[in-house]
Ligand binder design. Structure first.
Ligand SMILES: *Cc1c(COP(=O)(O)O)cnc(C)c1O
Length: 332
């Protein structure tokens, strides 16, 4: 399969192009200062609120840019995707807006709240296997059998450029930005933001954050090649999933653009979710709370300059919140 994929280098002009394309569907998101985090580390800490998209996560940017790039014939046949949830929702949301059919293939590990939201968005759901990789295999079968277009969750130039539009907004809103903290899974988010920020200012440091368990990109970078890993339970379920053994883009881009990587324990993810509910009255999903945990832990490399934390999503199953609140209150 890697022979047929035409490898294209992604450039900053692709990100500008993406911004033009997606502006009809996606709203610019706010940046707010977190006074409490700023005081804690004696630097200005800003939160880039990607949780405020209608689907509750940034993935709608990449999905919109990819689907808008499809021709008339491809649109008629429809699209399909495999996903731990947010990407699937983004694809369903964009497809519906454009009047395109969408089939979402997911693993049985995806939380019920996400499955329900997918159905509400009008997607056809197919549940297959217990990993994102198994769902992926099924998805490609649909492409072969029915001619649907697979919308990749991260390893696609249009998806990466779409996520990169976050970087453009950050540069405009935060002229003194020196550090950005980015939740990291397949690396589409970090690749897009890293490419954009570094093409404007090479000194901006990009820190990736993942959970300690099943941090596939982290382990792949250590091994100097994409590897496979068993998935395990984590509060940061949106960060689960492989990076693809024939990864074409994000492995190399993360290698190139990421300065540091921080792994966060389940306990700290839970605490950070509690912290955000308490101090900011904001419900975040575990994946998005990893960036807050990195700040609370003092893991930001520079000594001065403004810090931006990408608040990547809010789609958490409500049933996990009581335990998290209780643990947070007890710890405090
Ligand atoms: C997908 C996702 C991420 C990670 O993005 P990648 O492009 O896969 O690295 C982080 N946070 C949330 C909420 C997500 O849905």
């Amino acid at each position: 399969m890697s022979f047929t994929k035409l490898r294209k280098e992604i450039k900053i002009k692709d990100v500008w192009e993406a911004r033009k394309q997606i502006s009809s569907i996606i709203c610019r998101t706010p940046v707010i200062q977190s006074t409490i985090l700023s005081e804690l580390i004696s630097r200005n800490v800003y939160l880039k609120l990607e949780n405020v998209h209608e689907v509750g996560a940034f993935k709608v940017r990449g999905a919109a840019n990819k689907i808008l790039s499809l021709g008339e014939e491809e649109r008629k046949r429809g699209v399909t995707t495999y996903s731990t949830g947010n990407h699937g929702m983004a694809v369903a949301y964009v497809a519906k807006k454009l009047g395109i059919d969408a089939v979402v293939c997911i693993s049985n590990r995806v939380p019920k709240a996400k499955v329900d939201s997918l159905k509400r968005l009008g997607a056809q759901i197919e549940i297959v296997g217990d990993s994102q990789d198994a769902a992926g295999v099924h998805c490609y079968q649909l492409e072969k059998d029915k001619g649907l277009t697979v919308i990749e969750p991260f390893d696609d130039p249009y998806v990466i450029a779409g996520q990169g539009t976050i970087g453009l907004e950050l540069l405009e809103d935060l002229p003194n930005l020196t550090d950005v903290i980015v939740p990291l899974s397949g690396g589409g988010l970090l690749s897009g933001i890293g490419l954009t920020l570094k093409s404007m200012d090479r000194n901006i440091r990009v820190t990736g954050v993942s959970m300690e368990k099943s941090a596939v990109m982290y382990e792949s970078l250590k091994a100097c090649k994409p590897i496979m890993m068993e998935e395990s339970e984590t509060l940061a379920d949106s960060l689960l999933g492989g990076i693809g053994l024939d990864n074409q883009y994000t492995f190399q881009m993360v290698q190139k653009y990421m300065n540091d990587v921080v792994l966060i324990s389940e306990e700290k993810i839970a605490y950070s979710m509690g912290f955000m509910m308490d101090k900011h009255r904001m419900i975040l999903e575990g994946a998005a709370a990893t960036g807050i945990a990195a700040v609370l832990d003092g893991k930001i490399p520079h000594q001065k300059g403004d810090v931006a934390v990408i608040i990547s999503g809010q789609n958490v199953d409500l049933s996990v919140l009581p335990t998290i609140i209780q643990k947070y209150l007890y710890k405090k």
